[in-house]
Design a binder for this molecule. Structure first.
Ligand code: ASP
Length: 360
């Protein structure tokens, strides 16, 4: 059985949703759908999620225009798909939450919520609200085990269902969202909870590419990659799934198949525990990734303390400062860490404190 997650570009309008529905219909195994909010229809379009964040943040006087754009986008999808669904009551609720002063998470989540309602109505499948099954703590951190139990209980008795991505609820019942791109995480959580054989992640490229398509023309997709190698490429700047989306399926041993909604015949990329030995004649690398915006910090050790102790103190200092280490290596007495450029100063200060000041 498969869980199929569609990203925002795959569900940007009725035509794209039609392609997604055809993909679902092509295999009865595709029993659980996780949907994003409608994304961009063209390069200069605005994602529904961004409109919703804007709606919450803007002055009262600007809201009617943004609400009208949102009504138009969803109304257009409902009409073009020919779904018998009246969104009037839903929009009345959204307007009421505006007067009550609800926070950004609630509004941002409405893109996934409404899109999933529409898709569920079109398919004639049950809609399971993520607010009932994806659980966060009061600080906004996902609670993986309670979520797994709630999802398994809600979906276990269903043959098919549509679940909105990107959000859940905290202990007080209020909506909380993941960080941007978080519908990937919902898809993984659903796949784990229903013990899917495959987590299909449908997007607008034919898989994880071997190089940055903004730099290399039409790079080839990676056919098969291990979870660990994917993490390595992502840490170095490859843009793939949300970074928290791999863990739930990796733990459950479920492979991820990244596919292209616009080219459903392409086999995409398989992400799984082990990549088999490469075929003779295969490229000698899995892929290459990089990013403009890393800073390198070099540390030359004095030998006063064992190297492992220095590395551990350095890792603690950076973690304590909330700085992500993208890469590190030591060679010929030089230890180098790569961090995001905008965290360069924090990283240097934290390392100085831990490796010099604290020793004096
Ligand atoms: N719609 C949300 C975003 O734009 C979440 C997602 O698409 O995964 O980030």
């Amino acid at each position: 059985m498969k869980v199929v997650k569609f990203g925002g570009s795959s569900l940007a309008d009725a035509a794209q949703i039609g392609k997604a529905l055809a993909i679902v219909a092509a295999e009865p195994e595709r029993r659980f759908v996780v949907a994003s909010a409608p994304g961009k229809r063209s390069a200069d379009d605005v994602k529904v999620t961004d409109l919703l964040y804007r709606l919450q943040a803007e002055p009262d006087a600007d809201r009617p225009a943004t609400l009208a754009r949102l009504r138009d986008r969803f109304g257009g999808i409902v009409n073009d798909l020919g779904v018998a669904l009246d969104l009037g009551a839903e929009f009345a609720l959204i307007e009421r939450q505006l007067t009550l002063g609800a926070g950004p998470d609630y509004f941002a989540s409405r893109g996934e919520y409404l899109n999933s309602k529409i898709i569920a109505a079109k398919l004639g499948w049950p809609f399971v609200d993520a607010a009932e099954v994806v659980r966060f703590d009061a600080a906004g951190q996902l609670l993986p085990e309670p979520t797994d139990a709630a999802l398994a209980a809600a979906l276990g008795g269903l043959d098919r269902a549509v679940v909105p991505g990107f959000y859940g609820a905290g202990p007080d019942g209020r909506v909380k969202t993941f960080t941007r791109g978080g519908s990937d995480i919902t898809g993984a959580l659903v796949a784990r909870a229903v013990r899917a054989d495959v987590y299909e992640n449908w997007t607008d490229v034919s898989g994880v590419l071997m190089a940055d398509p903004r730099v290399v023309e039409a790079p080839a997709p990676i056919r098969l990659i291990s979870y660990a190698d994917l993490r390595r490429l992502a840490a170095m700047g490859a843009s793939v799934l949300h970074e928290a989306a791999v863990e739930p399926v990796r733990l459950a041993g479920i492979p991820i198949n990244v596919r292209n909604t616009n080219r459903p015949a392409d086999q995409g990329t398989w992400i799984q525990a082990e990549a088999p030995a490469p075929a003779p004649g295969a490229a000698p690398i899995v892929g290459l990734a990089g990013k403009v915006g890393f800073a390198l910090i070099g540390v030359v050790e004095s030998g006063a303390r064992p190297s492992q102790e220095v590395a551990a103190a350095m890792a603690r200092a950076l973690a304590g400062a909330g700085v992500k280490v993208r890469f590190q290596a030591a060679q010929d007495g030089l230890r180098v860490v790569a961090v995001d450029s905008d965290r360069y100063e924090d990283a240097v200060r934290a390392m100085y404190r831990a490796l010099v000041a604290d020793y004096q």
